[in-house]
Design a protein around this ligand. Structure first.
Ligand code: ADP
Length: 208
């Protein structure tokens, strides 16, 4: 399985690049932000509790998002792989993702971090807020709060993956297609091993 963690602060472009990756690699997109917003739309108890935190730019509790990811993995056992967007956001979430994927004899293939400076993030999110309808994108104080939460609570997830040699940082400022090309170059190094017959054929080709 090809399991990609797409990482970066709010507004870094994770959602945009996720859509392109899904199409190229035939992956299932798991965005905890989207899953939470769907709970809010459905008016569930969980959605009501999450909304208060999300509107303030705070993280929802680990057990809530871990539970959502757990059920999504269970519902998609035939997937070619997953793209995790906005998850994990804390080290306990990253540890749980390792444990959950192990149940299916798989794991995180690579983690790609889109790096964008705060002023650009604020500009992008205020622009997105004009059309997204998301209350957390319409108020500069809330946006800056999310960036602070990212810097204090989420950024350390990068070290977790660096320790496993899975971390790849990319500049998230530039043309969308250029950034996508750089992401694909990284993903292609982490594709699951090709079947033995194919790799033998490839070796023969190189020798010839
Ligand atoms: P953005 O990346 O623009 O902040 P998301 O849609 O990923 O947007 O997340 C929106 C909000 O949902 C976050 O600010 C947070 O409150 C909540 N959320 C999403 N994913 C997680 C997560 N993995 N852990 C905790 N809270 C989360």
């Amino acid at each position: 399985m090809l399991n990609i963690v797409l990482f970066g602060p709010p507004g870094a472009g994770k959602g945009t690049q996720s859509q392109k990756l899904i199409a190229r690699y035939n992956l299932v997109h798991l965005s905890t932000g989207d899953l939470l917003r769907s709970q809010i739309t459905q008016g569930t108890e969980l959605g009501l509790r999450a909304k208060k935190l999300m509107d303030e730019g705070l993280l929802v509790p680990d057990e809530v998002v871990i539970g959502m990811i757990e059920s999504q993995l269970a519902n998609n056992t035939t997937a070619a792989g997953f793209i995790f967007d906005g998850f994990p956001r804390t080290v306990p979430q990253a540890q749980s993702l390792d444990a959950l994927t192990q149940r299916y004899d798989t794991g995180v293939s690579c983690m790609i971090a889109l790096e964008v400076a705060e002023e650009e993030l604020v500009k992008r999110l205020l622009e997105r807020g004009k059309t997204s309808g998301r209350p957390d994108d319409q108020d500069e104080t809330k946006i800056r709060k999310r960036v602070t939460v990212y810097n204090t609570e989420t950024a350390q997830v990068a070290s977790y993956y660096a320790q496993q040699s899975k971390f790849h940082g990319l500049n998230g400022i530039g043309a969308i297609d250029d950034i996508f090309g750089q992401i694909c170059a990284i993903v292609d190094q982490h594709q699951p091993a090709t079947p033995v017959a194919d790799s033998q054929a490839a070796t023969d080709e190189v020798k010839a």
